[in-house]
Design a protein around this ligand. Structure first.
Ligand code: PMP
Length: 308
């Protein structure tokens, strides 16, 4: 360990990241029997932490797991972790801040328990600002993945379970078809579902459209954008969106904790207005005001620093 090492919260203690080690018998590793949530900081301060902790507890409720901590305790431990790691952020940097919870280490019949209760990890990861900087210069190229999103009849997309293999494989398929593109998945019925790790929005004739939440994660950033639309009289509609409707929109954008709001340049090679889209530009400005930080500017600063 060096004094520069980030700390991680592991089952009640703050330990250096390299010592936050889990058993290979952990149910998250063995069965994907785990949930998580991820917030981000702006200028080192966590954005919408209460909403993220609430969603974590909804996910825990969905998998019927009691972690023996209440919402306030998780909230406080998360704040404390960021406070302890904040000095390690570089200029123009921020953290992803995740709580990761599993049902704990699987017991072996006839042997003493390996661990008491669930595994609770809270961790800070520097945001991938360099890797994604060009997206805020050019917009994102999205491609529809052949692999459909897991249907709610099989596993609720409203809970943030650790079952991301479906998204991961969808992204691998798209990367093989078009390197550098971001996968957009359809739901089992063939309507637009989600981008990988993000919600999708389309703008047609001044109205903003996004899929309803039956088939997708109710993203915190999605809610931020819908609230901004409501507060600033931008018409917004939640509905089933066909590929045809999406492809004929003038603008499109993704929302997620890390991206906040990032315009799409294209879908399956058909162009949108990208960074020049007036509605996306306005909403990104309003989102930045709320965050107290120029979101695109933060990404672009890393582009100028030689990233790409
Ligand atoms: N959909 C999925 C599947 C996700 O993993 C995420 C990222 N958590 C989102 C949407 C966006 O949600 P949020 O805005 O809360 O980050």
């Amino acid at each position: 360990m060096t004094t520069q090492e980030r700390l991680t919260y592991l089952n009640g203690s703050f330990v250096p990241e390299s010592r936050a080690l889990l058993s290979f018998r952990d149910a998250g590793f063995v069965y994907g029997d785990s949930v998580f949530d991820t917030a981000r900081t702006f200028n080192g301060k966590i954005f919408k932490l209460k909403e993220h902790v609430d969603r974590l507890f909804e996910s825990l409720d969905y998998i019927r797991l009691d972690i023996g901590m209440d919402r306030q305790e998780v909230f406080d431990a998360t704040e404390e972790l960021v406070a302890r790691n904040r000095h390690l952020l570089g200029p123009d940097e921020d953290y992803w801040v995740s709580q990761r919870v599993s049902r704990g280490a699987n017991a072996i019949d006839g042997e003493p328990p390996i661990q008491d209760g669930p595994t609770v990890v809270i961790e800070c990861t520097p945001l991938p600002l360099r890797a994604r900087a060009t997206m805020f210069r050019d917009g994102i190229d999205a491609v529809i993945a052949p692999l459909k999103r897991i249907p709610p009849e099989a596993l609720s997309p409203n809970a943030k379970t650790n079952n991301y293999l479906n998204s991961k494989l969808a992204q691998m398929e798209v990367t093989a078809i078009r390197p550098g593109a971001w996968a957009l998945q359809l739901d089992i019925r063939g309507y637009i579902a989600e981008g990988i790790g993000c919600n999708a929005f389309f703008v047609k004739d001044g109205t903003v459209y996004t899929p309803r939440t039956d088939y997708v994660l109710p993203g915190i950033s999605r809610a931020v954008v819908l609230d901004l639309c409501r507060d600033h009289n931008i018409p917004a509609v939640e509905m089933d969106i066909s590929y045809q409707f999406a492809a004929n929109a003038q603008e499109a954008f993704f929302t997620s904790t890390s991206l906040c709001l990032c315009p799409l340049r294209s879908l399956n090679g058909r162009n949108y207005l990208g960074m020049a889209g007036p509605v996306a530009k306005r909403l990104l400005g309003l989102y930045s005001d709320l965050a107290g930080l120029d979101i695109a500017g933060q990404y672009l600063a890393h582009l100028r620093a030689g990233a790409g």
